[in-house]
Write a protein that binds this ligand. Sequence first.
Ligand code: XIL
Length: 455
Amino acid sequence: MTERCQGDTRPRTGPRARTAIVLAAAALLAATSAAFLPGTASAGTTLGASAAEKGRYFGTAVAASRLSDGNYTTILNREFNSVTPENEMKIDATEPQQGRFSYGAAEQIVNHARSRGMSVRGHTLAWHSQQPPWMESMSGSALRSAMLNHVTQVATHFRGQVVAWDVVNEAFEDGTSGARRNSNLQRTGNDWIEAAFRAARTADPGAKLCYNDYNTDNWTHAKTQAVYNMVRDFKSRGVPIDCVGFQSHFNNDSPYVSNYRTTLSSFAALGVDVQVTELDIQGAPAATYRSVVEDCLAVARCNGVTVWGIRDSDSWRASQTPLLFNSSGQKKAAYDAVLAALNNGTTPTDPPTTPPTTPPTTPPSGSCTATLQDSTRWGDRFNSQVTVSGATNWTVVVAVTPPQKVSNTWNGTPTWDSSGNVMTMRSNGSGNVFGFTTMANGTWTRPVVRSCTVS
Ligand code: XIL
């Protein structure tokens, strides 16, 4: 590597019933209005929850060695719903000696993340850098076989646990050539990248397979165009590629540019998802962080943003103080900008922001109803939205079907039964619409509302 790189509902008649209907309708309108006002009742208070409301994730790189640091894990567990092992899934970590695989540190991160409902991005299966010595010294068909075996073994080991793999990392040259990087892997033949993607698809058919690179943010750069042409070619020939990762390490030499959104949307138009995979920005200017998040939210196939570390002191470029939290773990201005961008972002399914025409009235007490609606769906998970009418202090019980797991909630306080499949959600002052993300784990049954009671 170079330095650039989820009551009683019987009908009634008479005056009391009419009153109840009017009150219920008014309550529904009030709840609806509150939920649809941008940036108010539905605004999340953490990066992950806010991103989930917009159908995205917000992730961070995680180092296994830092999981014993309480300040670090407090922020990690509070703010993020996606995790990328910073070094622990790289080739030198997972296959230090040829044919001897070592997954301990990677599993530590995967278990930490998945037990808390965070998804995992796998990084990375084939790369010219951070190769173990045995691989660095290999070439030709032996290297090709070793590389494909590595892809197969690692992707198989983590099958079902990794939502997206950076199958190939940084395979293109910098500068104006638009050429492939001259690496030992490239010298095994130009088809090494597609061979790696095919091996990864066979090993874990459920994972999204990404090509990941840096300095591919500027739409006019030769390297960006070269990667674009490769992805277009892969799509036209049926090479199994699902996504493109943009590392987006921005600094004075490689700055954020306003055509970044064009880059993301142009790749997405090829029929792949796009992801911001390793974001850090020299000096962490709030406006630039905000732009990056707004650009992702503007592109329907931009799944999420991962920052490359939590606190500045965790960064591979610590001296650039490029992250969202300072070294003491306090939120920086860039954090507030990112959260605001996530909360202000719209989704294609957002309803119009019509102001209320009837003043809110007090809903009747004693009973409530909760209606569940499907919301955004992805390859591995889906969102549901529950609208409560008839009470402000409500308790709604929702059940998901195993092996589904709820990975994220917003606008309510959840508790769980011992199975983890039955969620009791209580109002927390955030309005009468709450939501949650369900990891499908292969089962797409709609969650069921079991009850609505007034607390
Ligand atoms: C970096 C890690 O953050 C460092 O800890 C390590 O020493 C070198 O690699 N592009 C990538 C990431 O794809 O894997 C790199 O991570 C940063 C650049």
